[in-house]
Design a protein around this ligand. Structure first.
Ligand code: 0O2
Length: 221
């Protein structure tokens, strides 16, 4: 491989990563708009926080190797669908489905896959809603359809997943049985907390609705 070829590979790789960076910008903007508009219209913010990350070239290659996919850019583009990743954290489970619906309804968003680990938690207790979407990114001389992974979960699910992730890495994937059981128990408790919080919020919403109906009634009378 000579210098010119090296330069070409570098340009190609940089452009490859750039398309994911732009896709992340686009989806982050969509989420910012939903957040601001929802707050204005409904006087309520369903999104607690949002994080985005671009997979490093090293972890892209590791994942491609693990999945046994060819190490060409075309194959990686098609098979590794979480190079651009966004995690949205909400307070309540109903918010998760509402946000996912609002994203899926957008005309330029193609839903490729949706995995509902809330309805069907993983055997270790993991809960979250995962969507793989495709969105078009327009550049100077071409446009590309880019995969983005969106994970949506509650604060409690996020708390659990980050601890589980740390433990998993700490024990190099060989987690002792008693910790696995405790983690599963904690996941169940987190799920119960989510249901409790949702019910409290529902009741609060009804009180708010009744109060506003009463004040409208007083205005009319
Ligand atoms: P990272 O570093 O977070 O990106 P895939 O391997 O993505 O092709 P899979 O495994 O079916 O296929 O994907 P899935 O189930 O949608 O999960 C992908 C991501 O969800 C993971 O990415 C994690 O971020 C998260 N996740 C899934 N299962 C668990 C779990 O049991 N515990 C925790 N803490 N997180 C989980 P990566 O690529 O593994 O890592």
């Amino acid at each position: 491989i000579d210098f010119e070829q090296m330069k070409e590979v570098k340009t190609e790789l940089t452009r490859f990563m750039m398309s994911y960076k732009f896709a992340l910008h686009e989806v982050m903007t969509k989420i910012d708009i939903l957040k601001e508009e929802f707050q204005y219209v409904h006087d309520y913010n369903p999104i607690e926080h949002v994080k985005s990350r671009l997979k490093s070239p090293e972890s892209i290659l590791n994942k491609a190797y693990r999945k046994g996919c060819a190490l060409s850019l075309d194959s990686i583009r098609e098979n590794i669908r979480d190079i651009a990743g966004i995690r949205i954290t909400c307070s309540f489970i109903s918010d998760i489905y509402e946000i996912s619906k609002m994203i899926q309804q957008q005309k330029d968003v193609k839903l490729i896959e949706c995995k509902d680990y809330i309805q069907n938690p993983k055997p270790n207790g993991y809960q979250s809603l995962h969507m793989i979407i495709k969105i078009p990114v327009f550049m100077s001389d071409r446009s590309e359809e880019v995969y983005v992974e969106i994970q949506i979960r509650t604060i409690a699910m996020d708390f659990w997943a980050s601890l589980e992730h740390k433990i998993y890495y700490k024990y190099d994937e060989d987690v002792p049985q008693h910790l696995k059981e405790e983690l599963k128990e904690a996941a169940l408790q987190a799920a119960q907390l989510d249901v409790k919080m949702e019910n409290i919020q529902k009741e609060m919403k009804e009180v708010k609705k009744r109060n506003s109906e009463n004040s409208v009634h007083q205005l009319i009378v």
